[in-house]
Design a protein around this ligand. Structure first.
Ligand code: HEM
Ligand code: HEM
Length: 125
């Protein structure tokens, strides 16, 4: 499967999870998880969607090793960030325990955006 399609489908998975969480928060009148909800949707859905568009429109679905690595780095970091934020804001795991994991996930998301910028700069288009 092409990387643009993979990004798109992963993005939709985060949209479903994030909106599900939003509906749960609204229905339960408990908004404690809103930071997790916001980042699942923005980092998971919106940013993955944008990466899918970048692949389709600017880097012609580049399938280099770097592009594949960038895909996995963003997806693994986002998954780690999403699960970590839910555990933190649900009060299931304390800050000092989950903090390093969230820090790692954040750096992963950051490196992935730098790599995507690099892929765009290197593409001929
Ligand atoms: C089924 C759809 C959705 C439902 C039911 C829903 C529900 C909620 C609820 C209950 C809150 C907490 C509000 C608060 O306490 O301040 C919230 C916050 C938020 N939602 Fe959603 N949401 C939905 C879709 C989305 C989507 C699609 C996005 C972005 C792509 C989004 C982004 C955000 C953000 C950024 C916040 C935090 C706002 C703030 O800083 O106060 N939500 N949402
Ligand atoms: C490395 C990735 C990121 C990190 C470490 C990060 C961290 C944070 C932190 C610490 C907050 C404050 C949460 C609080 O209220 O206690 C926050 C809020 C927010 N961030 Fe991010 N963020 C990241 C990526 C993004 C991206 C990519 C977007 C949008 C595309 C985004 C949108 C928001 C929004 C709308 C808020 C306010 C709503 C909320 O409090 O959840 N963030 N972020």
């Amino acid at each position: 499967m092409t990387l643009d399609r993979r990004f798109l489908l992963c993005g939709f998975a985060y949209a479903i999870a994030g909106m599900g969480l939003g509906i749960y928060m609204a229905a339960s009148h408990n908004h404690a998880l809103f930071v997790a909800h916001a980042h699942i949707l923005l980092v998971g859905f919106v940013v993955s969607f944008i990466y899918g568009l970048v692949h389709k429109l600017w880097i012609a679905g580049a399938r280099t090793r770097l592009a594949v690595f960038q895909f996995y780095l963003h997806q693994l970091s986002t998954l780690l960030m999403s699960v970590g934020l839910v555990l933190l804001y649900a009060g299931l795991v304390p800050d000092p325990t989950i903090g390093p994991l969230l820090g790692l996930a954040s750096v992963g998301v950051l490196i992935a955006v730098v790599l995507m910028a690099w892929l765009v700069m290197r593409s001929p288009g």
